[in-house]
Design a protein around this ligand. Structure first.
Ligand code: HSE
Length: 338
């Protein structure tokens, strides 16, 4: 068994339009890096958090510690414990599944240190403990794709029933993160306190079913017209600066579909080629700029590998570009169960 491991856990986009809490996908980047070391003292210690000044190192409060402790409970650690280093590589409150990535990183790292016996469902369950602490509910649409990779349907969170969906080869994801912050717990409260009509529910049922069918058929046009959300997007759109303009810009530039990523403020769009995705990202960023907001873009295919151990080569964490280069030579050696 290794004494020290380094894990990459990808960011995720959830909901995918109509699938509130039931659909999510993994991104190639960004993602969090968790380093873990076995030690003789039982329990979990967080040695350092880099990249996020507001996060503390109390293992009962930081999601990486909560998820790591959940994994440690389920593994034959023989009274040993773990020391963790969390390198945040994405903004908090961004709609990119930041708390999920840290949680997954903690669970996957501990599993890798202590024999790797946990299944991907076990890892999702452990990471859900962290996610629940961060957002108030154990919704799996970020942690499941971060563990498994690909596009995941959460048929049920309790008991867990996760379904991996096919990913069309040419599908490209465009994520644009405006420099603003939305607290997931607050965004969820806004949804929870509303009631919905049967007509709204029917609209989303049709779109989720069509979206899943489109992925199975590789029908990108059907996928695009399924990215419609009658339930949550109208409630949360006011939380995303210039959302209407950014969505219009994405669709005018050729996006297949566009909606809020998770609880926002990042905006998700789909495209059918690299060139189309770049054009869509350009247009979305221009719309944010016109509204006076800086933004970052993440464009690429769906990450099919999910979280995993990356090579022994130290990963510089000072700059995202440096991290990307290091990860190129440190791709996860296996998927969720590594
Ligand atoms: N499905 C969740 C929500 C994702 O929309 O609140 C939060 O990241």
């Amino acid at each position: 068994m290794p004494d020290r491991v380094r894990v990459f856990a990808p960011a995720t986009a959830s909901n995918l339009g109509p699938g509130f809490d039931v659909l999510g996908l993994a991104l190639e980047r960004p993602g969090d890096v968790v380093e873990a070391e076995a030690c003789d003292r039982p329990g979990v210690e967080i040695v350092e958090v880099t990249g996020a000044d507001s996060l503390n190192t109390n293992p009962r409060e930081n999601v990486v510690g909560i998820a790591a402790a959940a994994a440690l409970e389920r593994l034959p650690a023989d009274g040993r414990g773990v020391r963790l280093w969390l390198h945040k590589q994405m903004p908090l409150g961004s709609g990119l599944g930041s708390s999920a990535a840290s949680s997954v990183g903690g669970a996957v790292a501990v599993n890798a240190l202590f024999g790797g016996a946990l299944s991907s469902d076990d890892l999702v369950a452990c990471a859900l403990r962290g996610e629940a602490a961060a957002s108030g509910t154990a919704h799996a649409d970020n942690v499941a794709p971060s563990v498994l990779g690909g596009i995941v349907l959460i048929r049920s969170s309790d008991p867990l029933d996760l379904i991996r969906l096919p990913v069309p080869d040419t599908l490209r994801v465009v994520l644009v993160h405006p420099h603003a912050r939305v607290l997931t717990a607050e965004a969820r409260r806004r949804v929870a306190e509303r009631s919905f009509s049967i007509g709204q529910a029917v609209a989303n049922l049709g779109n989720v079913a069509a979206l899943v069918t489109a992925l199975h058929r590789g029908d990108l046009a059907m996928l695009g017209r399924s990215i419609q959300d009658a339930l949550v997007e109208p409630i949360r759109a006011p939380l995303v600066p210039a959302f209407a303009e950014v969505k219009r810009a994405a669709l005018d530039a050729g996006a297949l579909g566009c909606s809020i990523s998770g609880s926002g403020p990042s905006v998700l769009a789909f495209a059918g080629s690299d060139a189309a995705a770049d054009a869509v990202a350009e247009a979305m960023q221009a719309a944010f700029t016109a509204a006076g907001l800086g933004s970052d873009r993440y464009v690429g295919p769906v990450n099919r590998a999910g979280a995993g151990v990356v090579g022994a080569k130290p990963i510089p964490t000072d700059r995202l570009g440096a991290l990307d280069r290091a990860l190129e030579s440190n791709r996860p050696t296996s998927g969720a169960d590594s």
